[in-house]
Design a protein around this ligand. Structure first.
Ligand SMILES: NC(=O)c1ccc[n+]([C@@H]2O[C@H](COP(=O)([O-])OP(=O)(O)OC[C@H]3O[C@@H](n4cnc5c(N)ncnc54)[C@H](O)[C@@H]3O)[C@@H](O)[C@H]2O)c1
Ligand SMILES: [Zn+2]
Length: 384
């Protein structure tokens, strides 16, 4: 038997943030990205709490790729307040921090389980609907992917007002993260009808709206940002039930070692992983025993309107299309472009440790092809 659970209530379109004025709690603890607070964007959230006379405290000790010590400080602050409701406002970093803070506060006192609402301000991680959280150990340069039902938000609020201020480069990075979630869920060893459906819709929205969203506000395309916000959530639902693959396992290493932003790291790795999983390189014109993921990649390629005369050509189109989107959005396509000060000698000295950590990453378990350490090292060399 298999199960598909969709537990988070999602509020979207229109003035979705108005949901907050209907909360039945008298006191709320908000964990917010510091930019959201300093830019005043937080008022889009707090004005609804004010109108409902709900008391709140805003905590913004959040850093990109939250670390273990930031979780410890957050737990202390939350436990001091013991608010019955916790709201996370920010990108994946703020939401993941809030998830871990809530989990560890609950582990400390099992009676304490605040109602949890996630309000994403980037369109990328889908963290508002997942039981995943990624936490960094800066001493060991490792990113740990935690998976626990208690990390799942009770409610998610998708409001385009919260993503209009996202800079173009962050839109590009986070948008490619959406695509990586959708494609990795689609070829996951656990993929099913439900995850496929969400992944297909998310990928198709990325095809139509990611570059347009990147070009906002030049093009005044509010609509593109709105669609990418939904795409991010759909891809989150897809991977939450069937997990991801080695694109993420490797991207986690690039993030932990060289601080490459999460989505940017995935974008660099994704075309190579499609090649590795499918066994298709530029020079492949026939395959004796194509892996099952070949027809899935090809199917996705056709669904989003790419052209190819057979499955192999469609898979090549998909990988090529991802690279061309990156170039159109001015993104680095290799590690040395992403980290200009890094020397190859330094990179090479970390290959073995990164490959070992990637094999242990929880996302590796559901990759459609079982990788060896040498396979991961070979991918890492190709993306240099
Ligand atoms: N939990 C999950 O399911 C999951 C999935 C994928 C990634 N992640 C994790 O999420 C983190 C990345 O999250 P992210 O890509 O959303 O980036 P992020 O949260 O680190 O934010 C990136 C930058 O954008 C800024 N920002 C956020 N919202 C903004 C807005 N509305 N306007 C202007 N600037 C804004 C932030 O201040 C920050 O500088 C990583 O740690 C990654 O490992 C988690
Ligand atoms: Zn991701």
């Amino acid at each position: 038997m298999r199960s598909c659970n969709l537990k988070t209530t999602i509020h979207f379109e229109g003035n979705a943030l108005a949901r907050l004025a209907k909360l039945e709690y008298k006191k709320v603890f908000i964990i917010a990205d510091p930019f959201i607070v300093s830019s005043g964007l937080i008022k889009a959230v707090t004005k609804h709490l004010d109108s409902a006379h709900i008391e709140y405290k805003v905590y913004s000790d959040v850093v990109p790729d939250p670390t273990v010590d930031k979780v410890v400080s957050g737990v202390t602050a939350l436990v001091r307040e013991m608010s019955p409701c916790l709201i996370a406002v920010g990108g994946g970093s703020a939401i993941d921090l809030a998830k871990c803070v809530r989990l560890f506060a609950h582990n400390h006192n099992s009676d304490y389980a605040p109602h949890f609402i996630a309000i994403p301000t980037t369109s990328g991680t889908g963290s508002e609907v997942t039981s995943f959280a990624v936490i960094t150990d800066p001493k060991k340069n490792i990113k740990h992917a935690l998976i626990d039902d208690f990390l799942l938000p009770n409610e998610a609020i998708l409001d385009v007002e919260m993503v209009k201020s996202v800079p173009a480069s962050v839109t590009a990075d986070t948008g490619l993260d959406v695509l990586a979630h959708a494609l990795e869920a689609y070829v996951s060893t656990e993929a099913d009808y439900f995850s496929d459906m969400y992944a297909e819709k998310a990928t198709s929205l990325c095809k139509h709206y990611l570059v347009r969203s990147y070009n906002y506000p030049k093009t005044h395309e509010n609509k593109a940002r709105d669609k990418m916000h939904v795409a991010s959530c759909l891809a989150g639902i897809a991977f939450n039930s069937v997990s991801l693959g080695i694109c993420h396992s490797i991207a986690h290493q690039l993030g932990a070692q060289f601080h490459i932003p999460h989505g940017r790291a995935n974008a660099i790795v994704l075309p190579e992983v499609i090649g590795y999983n499918s066994g298709i390189s530029e020079n492949t014109f026939a395959l004796e025993n194509p892996a099952p993921c070949v027809s899935k990649y090809a199917n996705m390629s056709r669904r989003i309107g790419l052209i190819g005369y057979d499955d192999i050509a469609c898979v090549k189109s998909l990988a090529f299309y991802i690279r061309s989107m990156q170039i159109e959005m001015g993104m680095p396509v290799s590690v040395h472009e992403a980290v200009p000060n890094l020397t190859y000698a330094e990179y090479e000295s970390k290959l073995s440790a990164m490959a070992e950590a990637a094999l242990l990453d929880r996302c590796t378990k559901t990759n459609p092809r079982v990788p060896s350490k040498e396979d991961i090292i070979s991918i890492l060399k190709k993306i240099w």
